[in-house]
Design a protein around this ligand. Structure first.
Ligand SMILES: [Zn+2]
Length: 421
């Protein structure tokens, strides 16, 4: 039996220990988001990859002593937090679209205009369908590595760049492979209706049928995805059908909601038992009420208005003041190459008006619940997986104020050090 009194790892001399602990399980809603349960002069004890204690050093030290096999880490008075959780990425695809960057910045073209010129999602679909597995893996690995070096230990990742059954399965298999390689854990989402593929341009209903009768069942059969994401590629009634079939196959809905216009995505999320509605840039006050009543988590992506040059800021206050739980993501994808969740945290504060504590909550415990992993990760509490970051700053205010990235000093995944700077 493990000797819990002599842990495998003790992190001592923590200036600010952001535990994110709570007496109640579940995400933090509304004004509770402004509470990271910080402890001064903290200590964390880890045994067998799990946290056994996290709290004031004086208390933890009376119960847990270093033994001959205990690894000691002196945090030197710095900030320690749970590993960050990126709740929204499109990690795996082939090719790149930096040509569109020029069109956006120099020519001032919109996302829609670039799509009509043959760019956008379908350009990535063409690259991805032609790519073999090794190409997909070798493109994603360095991205994951850089995410991890910015303090991220778990991400959600969406497929959606093949738009046929075999191709979507391959993308999800690539995610499973990357998850096995570690150290970053990947929670996979099937994004089958990311767009209408060219061969179905004139018969979208046939593509809908393919997703319903082939793609969802086969993905579920192989246990390759945990969630089913959809935007409004199809009209709301048809998207509802997709969600209800996904639900029967055990894939809980997520919704790309109201990103470029108000199209009822957030309201749909509330009706369909979705775990989260993501983007929500144009969601209305009544949508927010419906989400709040249904317990739908709002995943906000503060880099998006900047990279798509949208003339609408994300106002996180609307969501938090409506009593919602807000989570954060990068939306890493071919047109938004933002890998650093630290940047999203800073933009959440500077751009979206979150308080620093709210932004940390959104990127840890709330992101964990937004991807169905809240019971295991997202806070430093006994029994949870020991995903921990020691930061090169004294406190969470310094972390949130600094958008530069590169501030993670030691990253620990399941009790093991996976990165030291
Ligand atoms: Zn997205």
């Amino acid at each position: 039996m493990d000797d819990f009194r002599h842990p495998d790892l003790l992190i001592d001399n923590v200036g600010e220990l952001a535990t994110l602990s709570s007496t109640e399980s579940g995400p933090r809603y509304g004004r509770d988001m402004d509470e990271i349960a910080g402890v001064k002069d903290g200590m964390v004890a880890v045994t067998a990859g799990r946290i056994v204690a996290a709290g004031p050093g004086e208390e933890v030290a009376t119960r847990f002593k270093p033994g001959p096999n205990t690894r000691m880490i002196d945090a030197e008075g710095r900030l320690v937090s749970p590993g960050l959780v990126d709740a929204h990425t499109h990690l795996v695809f082939a090719g790149s679209r930096e040509n569109e960057f020029r069109l956006k910045i120099v020519k001032g073209l919109s996302y829609g205009e670039i799509e009509r010129m043959g760019g956008g999602v379908l350009a990535s679909v063409a690259h991805t369908r032609d790519a073999d597995m090794e190409t997909l893996l070798s493109q994603a690995r360095p991205v994951l590595r850089r995410m991890m070096r910015n303090g991220v230990t778990t991400i959600e990742a969406k497929s959606g760049y093949a738009l046929n059954t075999q191709g979507e399965i391959r993308l999800l298999e690539a995610m499973r492979q990357l998850d096995r390689e570690g150290p970053v854990e990947i929670v996979p989402t099937l994004f089958g209706a990311h767009d209408i593929p060219p061969e179905y341009a004139n018969q979208p209903e046939a593509f809908l049928e393919l997703i319903l009768t082939e793609m969802i069942p086969q993905v579920a059969d192989r246990r390759l995805a945990r969630f089913y994401d959809s935007g409004v590629t199809f009209p709301p009634e048809q998207t509802e059908r997709l969600f209800s079939v996904a639900n029967t196959f055990g894939l809980r809905p997520k919704v790309h909601a109201d990103e470029f216009a108000h199209v009822g995505g957030a309201a749909l999320a509330a009706r369909c038992g979705a775990i989260s509605a993501e983007h929500c840039l144009h969601s209305s006050p009544s949508d927010l009420e419906a989400m709040q009543r249904a317990g739908v988590i709002a995943v906000l992506l503060p880099a998006i208005p900047i990279v798509h040059r949208l003339n609408i800021p994300i106002d996180a206050r609307r969501f938090i003041d409506a009593g919602l739980a807000v989570a954060l993501g990068t939306d890493f994808n071919p047109s938004c190459p933002v890998e650093s969740l630290s940047l999203a945290i800073s933009l959440g504060c500077y751009g979206a008006r979150m308080s620093p504590a709210e932004a940390i909550t959104a990127a840890t415990i709330n992101s964990a619940y937004a991807i169905g992993r809240g019971d295991e990760i997202g806070s430093l509490e006994p029994g949870k997986q020991a995903d921990i970051v020691i930061w090169d700053v004294a406190n969470h205010l310094q972390l949130c104020a600094n958008p530069s990235g590169g501030l993670a000093s030691t990253v620990i995944k399941k009790g093991k050090i996976v990165w030291e700077n």
